[in-house]
Design a protein around this ligand. Structure first.
Ligand SMILES: Cc1cc2nc3c(=O)[nH]c(=O)nc-3n(C[C@H](O)[C@H](O)[C@H](O)COP(=O)(O)OP(=O)(O)OC[C@H]3O[C@@H](n4cnc5c(N)ncnc54)[C@H](O)[C@@H]3O)c2cc1C
Length: 232
């Protein structure tokens, strides 16, 4: 079967893992004869079994639209919600579970992360440019939630709020090192609930808002069961 997965973000990766049974990484995909991995290719429009790239139309048995905010051409009620988060490293603090903080403005959390590259074998990952100090523990602190489609770097206000909240957990976080800062926009609908649309030859998944990591496996499984698996 000839399949196109458009959007290599979270949902696209989970679809690939479910359908192709392949771990997601650019170098790994490039090494597979039956996977054609195309970077920096903007898809302008998607229809059942078809993707439009500029003036070219390419045909597939099934297309997955996982473009997040890039799918506004179809989902006109989609909006972006800006989020900012900070990666830190510390030798002094050991937190082993995700920890929720009470904060007047944001739903803040500290999440301990594994060493290396988020579960991708390092030999397959060319993308991680964030070095890690040997034996240090890595955490992410996030995330702000701002009604704006602004992808610019983190603001002073958010930096202060995220890092102050972290510091109140334990003063030893004062000696932690900031190793990376991320800002991005979450795709969301008005009700902040995810949406799955299926028709023969096309599955669209969008609106995972601030819970994509948690929801994507279950949402993708449901989308596949009600879509490509039911029709074939
Ligand atoms: C700061 C921050 C912190 C977060 N923290 C958490 C968390 O702790 N837990 C949690 O569960 N979720 C979290 N989320 C939410 C999660 O990241 C999103 O729900 C998730 O990324 C949505 O996945 P997606 O695949 O639908 O969209 P995206 O991840 O946005 O992927 C869309 C992809 O499509 C590509 N694309 C767009 N347009 C086109 C086009 N025209 N042609 C080709 N490709 C295109 C984009 O380049 C992108 O790669 C966080 C989000 C942010 C911003």
């Amino acid at each position: 079967m000839n399949i196109a997965i458009v959007g290599a973000g979270l949902v696209g990766r989970v679809v690939a893992l479910n359908l192709l049974r392949k771990p997601f990484s650019t170098t790994y995909f490039n090494s597979l004869a039956n996977v054609f991995w195309r970077e920096h290719t903007k898809v302008d429009k998607i229809e059942a079994g078809k993707i439009h790239i500029g003036k070219n139309i390419e045909c597939f048995d099934w297309v997955f639209d996982a473009r997040g905010l890039g799918a506004k051409e179809y989902f006109t009620d989609l909006r972006g919600v800006r989020g900012e988060l900070i990666w830190i490293e510390s030798n002094d603090i050991t937190i082993t579970r995700p920890t929720r903080l009470l904060h007047p403005r944001y739903k803040l959390y500290i999440v301990p992360r594994k060493n290396g590259c988020e579960g991708i074998e390092l030999e397959h990952c060319k993308e991680c440019k964030i070095a890690q100090t040997a034996n240090s523990k890595r955490y992410i602190v996030g995330a702000s939630e701002i009604e704006s489609e602004d992808n610019s770097p983190i603001s002073v206000r958010s930096s202060l709020e995220l890092l102050s909240a972290l510091f109140t957990i334990h003063p030893s976080f004062g000696e932690a090192r900031v190793v990376n800062i991320e800002t991005n926009c979450r795709p969301a609908f008005k009700d902040n609930l995810p949406r799955i649309e299926n028709q023969k030859g096309l599955t669209r998944i969008n609106g995972l808002y601030r819970h994509g990591y948690l929801l994507a496996p279950a949402i993708v499984e449901e989308a596949l069961n009600r879509g490509i698996r039911e029709f074939n």
